[in-house]
Structures are given as C-alpha cells and as structure tokens.
Design a protein around this ligand. Structure first.
Ligand SMILES: Cc1cc2nc3c(=O)[nH]c(=O)nc-3n(C[C@H](O)[C@H](O)[C@H](O)COP(=O)(O)OP(=O)(O)OC[C@H]3O[C@@H](n4cnc5c(N)ncnc54)[C@H](O)[C@@H]3O)c2cc1C
Length: 419
C-alpha cells in the first residue's frame, strides 16, 4: 500500500493525539493510566478512520487513490483497532485509585459499555475477516459495527474524569474525531445510498463464455464517469439481495451502461441464468481512480481474465489521434475465454499507438516481467503500468517490476475485491 495523502492524514492525527496525550497528561494520571488510555484513544481514532472511509466520499477517493484502496485501509484500520482496544482493555486499571470517591467517578455505564463494545468488535472482526462467510450474511453483520462505534463513543464520554478528561488536549482530539465519526456513520447508513443511486432498466442480457454482458438503459441519462471506473449494481426484486460492484465496460460516450460479469458465485450465476430484460436496476457510482490519463505517454496495460473490463471501457473511449503508446497484454487461460477479443483487435488496429498481445496459459504463455523485458522497445522503468486481474498475478508482477527498479508510483492496480 503506497503512502497516499489519506494514510498520512490518519498518521498525523494519531501523532497529534499521542503527543498531546503524553505532553499534557493530567497530573493525577499515573504512567499506566496515561499509556493505556492512549492505547484506547488510538483504537478509537483508527475506528473513526474506518467509519469515515465507509462514507465512500469522492474527496476521500482522491486522498486514498480510489475506493478499493479505501477498503484496504478500512480493513487494516479495523484490525489495528482491535489490537489497540485489547491492549487498552487488558492494561487499563479496573478499579479507581485508592482514595478516589466512586460517587464522583462512577465506572458505570462506561466500563460495561466498553466491555460490550470490545466483545462485539472482536466477534465482528472475526466475521469480517472470515472469507468462508457468504457476502450476503457478511454485509449486515459488518454494518452492525456502526452500533459498536456508538457504544465506544458512549464508553469514553461517560468515563470517569480520573481516566478521561473531555476538555484536555487529547480529549478534544477524540471528541472532534467522535463528532466526525458519528456524522459519517449516520451518513453511511441513511444518506450515502440515496445520494448516488440512479435508475435503469435492463435492455438486454447477453451470454458470453462463462460471463454475462448486461446492458442497461437509463431512466434519465447515463451519469458521468471516467473509463475504468466502477459502480454498484443492485437489481430490484426479492431474489437479488445486495448490490455488487462491477467495472463499467461501456465508454462514457454511449447512451447505455454495459457491465461484463464473470460467473463466479451465486449472484453472478443467477444473472446469467435468470436475469431478463425489462427489470429495474439501481446503479450507484461512479467510483475508482484507475485513470490512465494522468500517467505518462508510455503505458503497459495488463489484464488477467475478467480484469479486461476497465481496459474495454478505456479502449472503447479512446480517440484515434491519441498520442500515447500502449501495450495491452491480455492474459487468459484459453482463447475462448478472451472476451471481446475480436472487438479489441479491431479497435487496436484503428489506434496507432495501441498494440494488443493476447497470452494463453494453456499454450504456456504467461504475463511475466521477463517476457516484457525481452519484447518491449524501452527499459521497463520508463513505462507506467496499469494492472487488473487475479490477486496472485498482480502481486507477482508488482513484486517483479519492483525488483527491476520500476518506481511504485508507476504501478497502478485495480483490486476486484473489497473484503
Ligand atoms: C471494484 C470492483 C470491480 C469489479 N469489476 C468486475 C467486473 O467488471 N466484472 C466481474 O465479473 N467482476 C467484477 N468484480 C467482482 C464482482 O464484484 C464479484 O465477482 C461478484 O460480486 C461476485 O458475486 P457472487 O455472489 O457471484 O460470487 P461470490 O462467490 O459470492 O463472491 C466472490 C467474491 O466477490 C466478493 N463479493 C461478493 N459479493 C459482493 C458484493 N456484494 N460486494 C462486494 N464484493 C462482493 C466476495 O467477497 C468474494 O471475494 C469487481 C469487484 C470490485 C471490488
């Protein structure tokens, strides 16, 4: 994960909190209280970051480099929250110091609220990280984390002043963060989905090799998006459960929205077998910052299987006089899995600067850095790389490109998973 401004901002807020907590520690705090309440504060700031990130705001996408990156940070922040919260729980004194009047410093309701929040947090995290749990079950459980957040706010706002002083320097940082977190939590639950939802009807459902192309006609007009962006697709009807993210494979100029969905699990299989034209669909987006227009003129695009969808949109949108030099490597298992290959070859033939290189693993052809080194006219470090495909393929390529000295800010990837 590269250090985008958003990650630096989280680090800076935590640093301000730690410094103010230690430098301006109340005189009646012993060392143990200072350290363990600091751990609790760090846990809360990390949890607040997770909650703020779940608003999916566009400004945050800019700061973190896209929604998929935001979800990665969200996950790391979530796990770290639990680690710091456990440190806080096991370390913090369970009783008031001798001589302190319990009626002036009541431990209830703060202590039970904190305890309950921690138990639900750890359970929720176990579910969140368990990939065996189906997404349709995972999502509502994960959303209940908003309640945990509110419990944690209750925990420290009712904490006895011997442990937490609201208007101390570090207490103020936590209260500002808490206000932002609570607003974000309510926005995520009640406001976000309404803000971005757009209505479409299904115009056609086209069966492809182990995939389906769904063509949507807008009720109003297709929203603005950039090639390579994605959206959440929610089909109306009791059989269809939750929204699913898909890259928009049409170009922004079209009056229809097209998605290409690989059959992977229950939902995508149902799309292929049961979805019929005429149904209603809500699309929320666009999201993502997989934008080739902000990189240099020499680019390598690497698509693994269904990872072709962002490049489909980019190529469908590209003007014939585009000055960029692009090599599109399209790696699939076998030739009939190379979706839209004919169309891609036709488009690339018209575009002067774009060449396509299909690779078939059943013929022993793999997307490897060694081949690129042999075939590319210039040194690897002079290109920008855009990669989308299975995680092992992307991870291996990124690692090998790094070894070859390619700068990390030249490697752009799109992750097809959020969990
Ligand atoms: C940014 C992004 C862009 C994507 N673009 C495409 C695309 O253009 N074409 C394509 O075929 N696939 C794309 N995917 C993947 C696609 O979302 C999943 O394959 C699909 O949701 C699987 O659903 P399922 O129930 O059939 O499979 P399952 O077997 O239930 O899920 C397979 C994987 O998809 C994840 N997933 C399942 N449901 C959801 C959901 N509602 N929200 C988020 N993740 C979920 C699961 O965690 C699991 O990792 C994209 C994913 C992301 C995150």
């Amino acid at each position: 994960m590269s250090f985008k401004p958003g990650i630096l901002a989280i680090g800076a807020i935590i640093a301000v909190f730690i410094v103010s907590h230690i430098v301006f520690a109340p005189e009646d705090h012993d060392m143990r209280t200072t350290i363990t309440t600091m751990l609790g504060g760090i846990a809360f700031l990390l949890m607040t970051s997770s909650v703020v990130l779940s608003t999916r705001l566009s400004v945050l996408e800019d700061m973190f480099g896209g929604l998929d990156r935001m979800y990665q940070v969200h996950r790391v922040a979530g796990v770290s929250t639990a680690v710091f919260a456990l440190g806080h729980f096991f370390g913090v004194p369970k009783d008031l110091p001798t001589g302190v009047d319990p009626s002036l410093h009541p431990l209830v309701p703060s202590a039970p609220l904190g305890m309950f929040a921690l138990i639900v947090l750890v359970l929720g995290l176990f579910i969140a990280l368990n990939r065996k749990i189906r997404y349709s079950l995972w999502r509502p459980t994960h959303r209940s984390m908003v309640l945990v957040y509110l419990l944690v706010v209750g925990h420290f706002m009712t904490a006895p002043t011997i442990f937490f002083q609201k208007f101390s320097a570090s207490g103020t940082v936590l209260m500002i963060a808490g206000a932002m977190g609570v607003i974000s939590a309510f926005y995520s639950v009640f406001g976000m989905n309404r803000r971005t939802a757009q209505n479409f009807t299904i115009e056609s459902v086209n069966a492809l090799e182990r995939a389906t192309e769904v063509v949507l006609k807008p009720v109003d007009k297709v929203f603005d998006f950039k090639p390579g962006q994605f959206a959440f697709v929610e089909i109306e009807g009791k059989d269809w459960n939750e929204p699913h993210p898909f890259t928009i494979s049409s170009s922004p100029g079209e009056d229809r929205l097209r998605f290409t969905m690989k059959v992977l699990g229950d939902w995508t299989r149902k799309v292929r077998e049961k979805l019929k034209p005429g149904g209603k669909v809500q699309v929320r987006g666009p999201y993502g910052r997989f934008d080739y227009t902000k990189a240099g003129d020499k680019q390598i695009w690497l698509a693994g299987g269904i990872g072709i969808t962002p490049f489909l949109s980019k190529l469908r949108a590209m003007k014939e006089d585009d000055q960029r030099h692009i090599h599109l490597v399209y790696a699939v298992r076998e030739e009939n899995e190379a979706l839209f290959l004919g169309e891609l070859i036709r488009i690339c033939a018209k575009l002067q600067g774009v060449t396509i290189h299909p690779l078939y693993s059943d013929r022993g052809e793999f997307a490897r850095v060694k081949i690129m080194k042999e075939k590319l006219p210039d040194a690897l470090g002079t290109y920008d790389y855009f990669m989308c495909g299975p995680k092992p393929m992307i991870d291996a390529l990124r690692r090998d490109l790094k070894k070859e000295g390619v700068a990390l800010n030249r490697i752009h990837t799109e992750a097809f998973e959020f969990r």
